[in-house]
Design a protein around this ligand. Sequence first.
Ligand code: DC
Length: 196
Amino acid sequence: MIFTVAIDGPAAAGKGTISRAVADRFGFPHLDTGLLYRAVAVKGGDPVEAAQHLTPEDLCRDDLRSLEAGQAASRVAAVPEVRAALVAFQRRFARSEGGAVLDGRDIGTVICPEAEVKLYVTASPEVRAHRRWLELGGDAARVLAEVRERDARDMGRADAPLRPAADAVLIDTSDLGIDEAVAAAVAIVAARLSGT
Ligand code: DC
C-alpha cells in the first residue's frame, strides 16, 4: 500500500510529536525532514555539496536539535540547490510501499502533492516560543524573536515557502493538549484509510 501522511507547519507547533504518534499508531516509517536541513547546516563547508553527499551518520549527530542548528538549517534551506539535492530521497521515502509519515515545511506542497493526508499543524508564535523555551531554556525574549525570524525566513523564501497546501487540514495546537492534537490527527488518517 502506498499511503503518505504529509505534516507541515512552523517550528515547535507540535508536528514532530504528532508525526511520531501517527507513525506509531499506523506502523508507518517516519521521516523528520527538518533533520536533513539541520544536518546539511552543521556539516559545514559548501551546503550544496553537503546536501549532495549527506550520509546516515550525518543524521545521527547529537548537535542537530539546538536553536542554532535550527536557525542555520533555515538559512541553508533557502538555497534552491540544497532543496533540489534532497528532493529525490524524500519522494522515494514518501511513496515507498507500506506507507510513510513525513514532517517538514513543503511536504504537502512540493515533495508529495499527491499525499493521501495533508495536515498543517500550527500555533501562535508566543505558544511555540514558550514550548521551545521550556525545552531548551535560554532567554525567553530571544527565543520568541528567533521563532519569529525563522517563520519569516521559512514563509518568505522564494523556493518552496512554508504554507498550507490548498487541501491541507489545519490543526491549531495553541489551545490543544498533546493528546487532543494527536487524537485529531489519528482520526483524520483513520478516516482516510477506511475510505470515509
Ligand atoms: O522542522 P525543523 O525545525 O527541524 O526545521 C529546521 C529548518 O529546516 C526549518 O526552519 C526550515 C528547514 N526545513 C525546510 O525548509 N523544509 C523542510 N521540509 C523541513 C525543514
